[in-house]
Design a protein around this ligand. Structure first.
Ligand SMILES: [Zn+2]
Length: 137
């Protein structure tokens, strides 16, 4: 069969793939919202463009993919079979950048929390307690 997607549909699909509105991030947003906090998204003027920013509380939250940011979990330890060195360098670059951004944010008076993608598979046990501790509720 020929290409069944219209151009509009295809570009919509691509935009979804590239989108920052990943599922783990949506889960975290909805939890923080349910806890009664207002936040801004991806503030470009802050180091690392944090996924959630709570300006009144001087707190930011990053939602990190385990693979890309090398979480110490089974997803983060995956080594691609092809172009292994390329991916390793890229991911290590991400980790170094993350560390730099966290340091800059803390130096500017922000509290920083990182939520890992794998935690969002079990929000009750792994995300909610951390958010509550971080947000002080
Ligand atoms: Zn993980």
């Amino acid at each position: 069969m020929a290409d069944v997607h219209t151009r509009a549909q295809r570009s919509y699909n691509m935009s979804r793939i590239r989108s920052k509105d990943t599922r783990p991030e949506m889960i975290v947003r909805s939890l923080v919202h349910q806890m009664g906090f207002r936040f801004r998204l991806h503030r470009k003027d802050l180091p690392g463009k944090p996924d959630l920013v709570l300006p009144r509380h001087q707190k930011v939250i990053f939602v990190h993919g385990c693979f890309w940011h090398m979480h110490r979990c089974r997803y983060g330890r995956v080594t691609p079979k092809t172009n292994a060195q390329f991916w390793q360098d890229k991911r290590e670059g991400n980790v170094a950048r993350d560390r730099r951004h966290r340091r800059q944010l803390r130096a500017d008076g922000w509290d920083v929390l990182t939520i890992w993608e794998c935690w969002t598979k079990d929000p009750e046990a792994l995300v909610i307690p951390r958010l509550e501790a971080f947000l002080g509720c």
